[in-house]
Design a binder for this molecule. Structure first.
Ligand SMILES: [Zn+2]
Length: 113
């Protein structure tokens, strides 16, 4: 029976997830007060996720920090968010106020025919 390996993988993944969550929460809590520490936590979290080949949820975590300087994006404080329209496509542009890196996110038209 090789049930144990499957189970240990699940446990391992749970541990990774809880560690990454802890780092993310710590980074969030220091986001406005001590940005330097916040960036440090995000950098560790990102590197750890990459090294362990762990997929960070693209719709939650990835969109909320700058991948160049690891600053957590807090609208109006560390990031500027603009919306544009191009050929019925809505686009959201995130500009990091720390390193001025721009990141565009496209959305398909929400109105269906
Ligand atoms: Zn940045």
């Amino acid at each position: 029976m090789k049930k144990s390996t499957k189970r240990s993988n699940a446990v391992k993944e749970e541990i990774i997830q809880s560690r990454l969550e802890y780092l993310w929460n710590a980074a969030l809590s220091y986001g406005t007060t001590i940005p330097g520490i916040s960036r440090y936590y995000v950098a560790i979290m990102w590197e750890m996720g990459k090294r362990l080949n762990y997929r960070l949820d693209s719709h939650t975590v990835k969109r909320y920090f700058c991948k160049k300087c690891y600053t957590i994006w807090i609208p109006g404080k560390t990031v500027q968010i603009r919306q544009t329209r191009h050929k019925k496509r809505r686009r959201v542009i995130y500009t990091c106020l720390f390193c001025e890196r721009c990141k565009r996110y496209g959305f398909s038209p929400s109105t269906s025919q």
